[in-house]
Write a protein that binds this ligand. Sequence first.
Ligand SMILES: *Cc1c(COP(=O)(O)O)cnc(C)c1O
Length: 371
Amino acid sequence: MSEPRPILIADPQAGVDAHAGEIQVAIQRVLASGWYVLGPEVAAFEREWAAYLGGGHAVGVANGTEALELALRAMGIGVGDRVATVANTVSATAAAIQQIGATLDFVEIDEASMTMSPDALEQLLTASGGAIKAVVPVHLYGRPAAMPEIVDLARTHGAVVVEDCAQAHGAMVDGRAAGTFGDAAAFSFYPTKNLGAIGDGGAVFSRDLAVATRIKELRQYGWRERYVSATPGRNSRLDELQAAILRVKLTGLDRENARRASHARRYLELLADSGLRLPLPDTDTIRSAWHQFAVRTPRRVELMAHLASVGIHAGVLYPVPLHRQPAFASAESFPVSERACDEVLCLPVHPGLSTDDVDRVTNEILRWATP
Ligand SMILES: *Cc1c(COP(=O)(O)O)cnc(C)c1O
């Protein structure tokens, strides 16, 4: 008897295979065009991505981390400014804030949603007396953070909001896309994201044309006109090949997100009595992009080992809260974030999985939970 096929936590190749013919056409078109960086494919993708988000301006950049950096810089955030974000996110969120010379303030999360707690944010904003200049909520695992409450609080205290949307392509709140609530939003197109390229890529979105114009300068040496730097900039360009492939992948994003949501509903139903703490379901107003399906258990090491023994890969995203990482260390404690990082385990939920795959995962979890 042959071993069952392994079930991966992410499967970017399946995402490419699903569009193989169109991607080949797109690649050939770029090769034949002779234009390889910041050309017509990037411009078209920027228009299509902004339209997908409901209108506004998208600017392609090199990756999601630089999208965050440039978005903050375009909002006037820089050296010595205090920026608030959460501790249960990928290092990239904090690395971007640090790269522009700003200092980090961590905000506790809400226990149920595992995203930034508006109450904790309000306390920090009030205590800081206007010193927090920007707030970076993270729509972790695809679940939108508490928008628009976070935006209202930030506005009241004179801070801008840059949404970290790297895991939230297509997530919605009250019929509006995640990324359209703040002053700007940063997206990553790293291959494993809901909208993924076949290399690095990112974009800044803003409804404000002035912000988009500034990003366009910052991503290419500060040029306002060719060969003349008007402002200190850098190189953070998106290339034509990635943009052409992203245009193809974008046509499948809603379908793939619907498949993730369907897998998530199945997990929620079948694991209801598993003893695991399950993520919040979607509601009439909040639609997760289901980038990850993050369960919580104090016994995650055992559960992960059991799943691995039967060819199912689960992932710990993220094991160490940022304030406990050497680069961002802080003496403060954030018990809810720390517990989330201690207990979280992400089950495979990507669109390359079949319903049978999801059932295989749930069966193994139930077998483990009720020996
Ligand atoms: C992936 C990710 C990033 C960084 O994106 P890159 O394209 O890898 O630079 C930032 N924030 C979050 C929450 C992410 O998941």
